[in-house]
Ligand binder design. Structure first.
Ligand code: HPA
Ligand code: ZN
Length: 331
């Protein structure tokens, strides 16, 4: 009996969004830090009700106070990768927001080394392949983004690319043209959140000015038929996060989610969990939710999984192996 959800890659996952309430308490106890409550049920309550992206970000950034040491970052990533393995994840390209940690006084080296050692251990013990993408916080502006990229370059071997996240509207991709050109000149991959709360023009700017290879979220591209045609023709992957979109009210309810239309349009859409501790599920739970509420059958789920593998920055030989596993799963 094969798993109900396919082997997959996960390409839109913020490691900071995987702090479950239990880990929050464990890290706060270990580092002797205060929390609004030590009761995991009370903490979880705060995780569940968001009006929009900003109201989520307020809780998400506050909870990061418990991440202080290299060991904390290692344990955070290990917890995610254990859960991801159970979800069928073969490859994870994991976002981290270094600016928020450095601005709290955590050394950049602790962040990067803590995550990187967890990634290596997961690969050795479980065969899960993981790679790091450093995200710029768009609301801190382009100079701060350039500063963190320069600070991270001594650790260049530990990350494969750059991304752009945090509050979207009012911080268009165009602001970050120069830092993305710097990243490209270092041979780094480029992705960006666009079209989650911002409109189709954010997606166009990410493509034209930042030269991104994937668009994170991108659901509002569906409002613009010319853009949809371009995304299809250029085979630009979109890292869609269905449960996140409902939790942050980008979409009213899962049955209204555009994912099915995206597949019907021939887009390289993928399924991901974004911030699974906050949005009600890991990637397998996202697959199950879209299967149920959008009526996606096994063939459609396998298509989503194949798209995710096509969209990774992993070596071709790994992709071939994962595609074969998906074909087996599809039967
Ligand atoms: N959108 C933008 N920024 C983020 C998100 C998101 O869904 N999660 C963590 N940072
Ligand atoms: Zn995200």
């Amino acid at each position: 009996m094969s798993a109900p959800t396919p082997p997959t890659a996960e390409l839109h996952l913020h490691v900071e969004g995987t702090i479950e309430a239990e880990l929050l308490v464990r890290l706060a106890d270990r580092d002797g830090l205060p929390l609004p409550s030590r009761d995991t049920d009370v903490l979880r309550e705060r995780y569940e009700h968001f009006a929009d992206l900003q109201s989520f970000l307020d809780v998400y950034y506050a909870n990061l106070a418990v991440l202080r040491t290299e060991e904390d970052f290692h344990d955070l990533a290990t917890g995610y990768l254990d859960r991801a393995r159970a979800a069928g994840v073969r490859r994870a390209e994991v976002f981290v927001d270094p600016q928020t940690h450095v601005d709290r006084g955590v050394p950049l080296e602790a962040v990067i080394r803590g995550l990187s050692s967890a990634f290596s251990a997961a690969e050795e013990t479980h065969g899960v392949s993981a790679a790091m993408i450093l995200c710029f916080l768009r609301d801190l502006g382009p100079e701060a983004a350039e500063e963190i990229l320069r600070a991270a370059l001594p650790f260049r071997e530990h990350f494969i690319g750059v991304g752009l996240d945090s509050a979207e509207v009012g911080y268009p991709p165009s602001l970050f043209t120069r830092v993305y050109a710097m990243a490209a000149s270092e041979g780094l991959h480029r992705v960006a959140h666009a079209g989650e709360e911002g409109g189709p023009e954010y997606v166009r700017e990410a493509l034209d000015l930042l030269r991104v290879e994937r668009v994170d979220h991108g659901i509002r591209a569906m409002e613009d038929p010319e853009l949809v045609a371009r995304l299809r023709e250029e085979r630009i992957p979109l890292t869609v996060c269905p449960l996140s979109n409902v939790a942050l009210r980008a979409v009213d309810a899962l049955p209204d989610h555009p994912l099915r239309r995206m597949l019907d349009e021939g887009l390289v859409a993928t399924v991901n969990s974004d911030d699974p501790a906050y949005f009600g599920g890991y990637v397998d739970e996202n697959y199950r939710a879209v299967a149920r509420d959008l009526g996606l059958d096994r063939a459609r789920l396998a298509q989503l999984a194949r798209n995710s593998v096509d969209a990774t920055f992993a070596p071709e030989e790994d992709k071939r192996r994962w595609r074969a596993e998906i074909a087996d799963w599809a039967g």
